[in-house]
Design a protein around this ligand. Structure first.
Ligand SMILES: CC(C)(COP(=O)(O)OP(=O)(O)OC[C@H]1O[C@@H](n2cnc3c(N)ncnc32)[C@H](O)[C@@H]1OP(=O)(O)O)[C@@H](O)C(=O)NCCC(=O)NCCS
Length: 146
């Protein structure tokens, strides 16, 4: 397994995983393209297995804080530590850029992701009722001091 910075060539495979993981609210391809063009402000990585993208994650940098915007692992290779490794990689990268805290939002029903983030030291710090408008689902806000 290799973890390397995401490049536009990865986006065909990333979009397949994005649509599979977030069927009701996938990021459109142009969001990823925009993030990849924000040099020095947004940072994305992919997990590669035999040259195939099996997961990805990204964050944006705001002053000395990082906002984790995406973590996704292809169905079929979950529970093998890829999500944990991707999240640790983002945090490591953020730390090298002087980040002091990490923030993210996660659906109330997404217990897998909440389990992952808790295992890495994130704590619930708030809630946004009905944040995910399509299903009127609450977002749990989680943060970690780094
Ligand atoms: C959340 C997600 C990224 C986890 O990726 P993963 O590679 O399967 O996670 P890991 O194998 O690294 O698991 C790390 C820890 O997270 C927790 N976890 C992961 N999946 C879990 C599940 N289904 N149920 C409960 N806890 C889970 C566990 O604490 C796990 O440690 P353990 O395996 O030692 O018990 C993956 O399920 C996914 O892509 N889901 C769809 C997209 C998504 O929801 N992204 C997050 C948006 S906020």
């Amino acid at each position: 397994m290799n973890f390397i910075p995401m490049i536009p060539d990865h986006l065909d495979q990333v979009m397949i995983i994005e649509n599979e993981c977030f069927p009701s609210s996938p990021w459109p391809r142009r969001f990823f393209e925009e993030e990849l063009s924000l040099v020095g402000r947004a940072f994305f990585f992919v997990a590669l297995e035999s040259e195939n993208v099996v997961g990805y994650g990204g964050y944006c940098l705001v002053d000395d804080e990082m906002h984790i915007t995406n973590i996704a692992v292809k169905n079929g290779v979950r529970r093998r530590g890829i999500g944990r490794k991707l999240t640790e990689l983002l945090i490591e990268d953020g730390l090298q850029r002087g980040v002091k805290a990490a923030h993210l939002e996660v659906r109330r029903s997404n217990l897998a992701a909440q389990g992952l983030y808790r295992a890495l030291g994130f704590k619930q710090v708030g809630m946004r009722p009905g944040y995910y408008q399509q299903e009127k689902e609450d977002a749990i806000l989680m943060s970690a001091d780094l």
